[in-house]
Ligand binder design. Sequence first.
Ligand code: UDP
Ligand code: MG
Length: 312
Amino acid sequence: MFLSVIIPCYNEEESIHIFYEEVLKILKKLEKSAEFELIFIDDGSDDSTLDKVKELRYKDSRVRYTSFSRNFGKEAAIFAGLKKANGDFVAVMDVDLQDPPKLLLSMYAELSKKDTPFDCVATRRVNRKGESRLRSFFARKFYSLINKISKTEIVDGARDYRLMSRKMVNAILSLKEYSRFSKGIFSWVGFKTKWIEYENVERAAGKTSWSFWGLFWYAVEGIIGFSTAPLAVSSVLGFILCAASFVFIIFIIIKTLIFGDRAVGYPSLMCTIMFIGGVQLLCTGILGQYLSKTYLEVKKRPIYIIKEETQP
Ligand code: UDP
Ligand code: MG
């Protein structure tokens, strides 16, 4: 059996060596039953991440790397890794050790069973210890919203950390979309997934590259990518407003006929104009989001561009 581990890295010079030591301790335990490769994807880091990976490559030929020409984002890095991976089983893992390497053992044990019903063993955090309250609050809201409006189930607290069979990896590779929301894609391709739960672990070194707004737009990407409900909501809203204004117009006509027009009602007029204007802009904005995503897909740009990589 051959096991590939994909590790997306963006400005992680401090973590690379620590990660390698830790994960090797675990992979050594599998040595009897499986060979492995570690594929580091340098997502256009500005620091010495790539040099650190090259140091590893120099002493261990099981280490491979691909380096992007600029930062393309973790989703692109995961896609590149899946494409490069040769394994019968492929794992995706963060380099900051927030994904406990020892779980690899139980994941591998499950998937390598002879007649296992699972094609994927994934992990999910049961708490968000060490994360800011505000961030956890919005994260929870995001999961409950997306699960209401999307047919694809997105498990709350699910990590990208998982081990997949070759079948599932090939299925993921067949989705070539530009806006990649992995949590959705993993679930969309189907296959049975076994969930392992664990308590949140804080970063071993370095700091997270996700800002609040970064996460906000990532959430919007997830919703746009896996649900068209916002479009339906804006149509329904438009319909309700039309109906209301129709009733309102009739009311005004009748009122004018009975009481005459005394040019009152300027404030309510302004309020109505502002309200309807706001709703129109909101709905156009939603439309714009879908259009811009469609625009990016239609251009068929590559998901990432490689600057250099290990030769096979
Ligand atoms: N990462 C990446 N490209 C990016 C941002 C992050 O490859 O543009 C990598 C990062 O190096 C790490 C993983 O994705 O290995 C998770 O990132 P981070 O720890 O910042 O996210 P969090 O754990 O806070 O969700
Ligand atoms: Mg992390």
